[in-house]
Ligand binder design. Structure first.
Ligand code: ADP
Ligand code: ADP
Ligand code: ZN
Length: 220
C-alpha cells in the first residue's frame, strides 16, 4: 500500500492542530506536531526542552537542526501515513524534508499540503481564548469548550494558557508566518499538491471538507 503524507499549513491559531488531530484519529496515520514535541520536551525539562523554551516563549523558531532531529525521530514510527502540523515552517525545513522524502518514499507514495486560511483578526480572537492540556488536547473557551470548566475532558488535568499566546508574542509569530508562507504555499501549488480550505467555518465543517477533498483524491 502507498504511504500518505499530509502537511497542514496555516497561521498560528488557524486550527491546523485541531484538524490534524481529528484526521489522525480517523486514519490512524501518525501526527507529527513539532509544537507538541517541543512542549513535551520543555515539560520534561530535557536538554532540548531547555533550548526550545528560549525560542518558543518569544515566538521565534527553534533552530532548524534541533527541529529536524525531532522530526526524523518521529518519522521512524511504523505507519501508513504521517500528518505534519507545524513543519516545515521555512525554506530550509522544506528543503530538508524533501531530502528525507526522496530517500524514504516510493514512487506511488503521495504527499499533499492543506492550507487552512484564517484572517489575522480571527487568529487573535482564537488564540486569546485557547486553552491547552498537557496531554496535547486543545480547547477554546467559546468555540470548543471543555465539558467541566478548567479541566481536560480526556485526562482530567487542569487546563492552562500557553505562554506564547500573549498579544506581543502572537504578533511576532504571525509575522514569521506571513514572511515564509507565500514561498512554502507557492511550492506546493506549483507541484499541484495544494488543498485550500477556508478556516473560518466550524471545526466540524472544516473536518468534513477536508475528508471530502481527501476522498476525492483517493487518499482515504
Ligand atoms: P493551530 O494549531 O493552528 O495553532 P489550534 O488547533 O490550536 O490552532 O486552534 C487554535 C484555537 O482555536 C483553539 O482554541 C481551538 O480550540 C480553536 N479553534 C480551532 N478550530 C476552530 C474553528 N474552526 N473555529 C473556531 N475555533 C477554532
Ligand atoms: P502555532 O501554530 O500556534 O504557532 P505551534 O504549537 O505549532 O504553534 O508552535 C509553537 C512554537 O514551537 C513555535 O512558535 C516555535 O517556537 C516552535 N516550533 C514549532 N514548530 C516549529 C518548527 N517547525 N521549527 C521551529 N520551531 C518550531
Ligand atoms: Zn488532557
Amino acid at each position: 500500500m502507498s504511504k500518505k503524507i499530509i502537511i497542514f499549513f496555516g497561521p498560528p491559531g488557524s486550527g491546523k492542530g485541531t484538524q490534524a488531530g481529528m484526521l489522525a484519529r480517523i486514519t490512524d496515520w501518525k501526527k507529527i506536531s513539532t509544537g507538541d514535541l517541543f512542549r513535551a520536551e520543555i515539560l520534561a525539562g530535557t536538554k532540548i526542552g531547555k533550548v526550545a523554551d528560549k525560542y518558543t516563549k518569544v515566538g521565534k523558531l527553534v533552530p532548524d537542526k534541533i527541529t529536524l532531529n525531532l522530526v526524523e525521530k518521529s518519522l521512524k514510527q511504523k505507519a501508513l501515513g504521517f500528518i505534519f502540523d507545524g513543519f516545515p515552517r521555512n525554506r530550509q525545513q522544506l528543503k530538508d524534508l524533501l531530502v528525507i522524502f526522496k530517500k524514504a518514499l516510493k514512487k506511488n507514495d503521495q504527499i499533499y499540503a492543506i492550507e487552512v486560511a484564517v484572517s489575522d483578526k480571527e487568529v487573535k480572537q482564537r488564540l486569546s481564548q485557547r486553552r491547552m492540556c498537557a496531554c496535547g488536547k486543545v480547547y477554546h473557551l467559546v468555540y470548543n469548550p471543555p465539558i467541566n470548566g478548567g479541566v481536560c475532558d480526556i485526562c482530567g488535568a487542569k487546563l492552562f494558557i500557553r505562554n506564547d499566546d500573549k498579544p506581543k508574542v502572537i504578533a511576532h509569530r504571525l509575522k514569521l508566518y506571513h514572511d515564509e508562507s507565500k514561498y512554502m504555499l507557492g511550492y506546493w501549488q506549483k507541484q499541484n499538491k495544494l488543498i485550500k480550505i477556508g478556516g473560518e467555518q466550524s471545526i466540524k465543517k472544516i473536518h468534513e471538507e477536508i475528508m471530502e477533498k481527501l476522498k476525492g483524491l483517493k487518499l482515504i
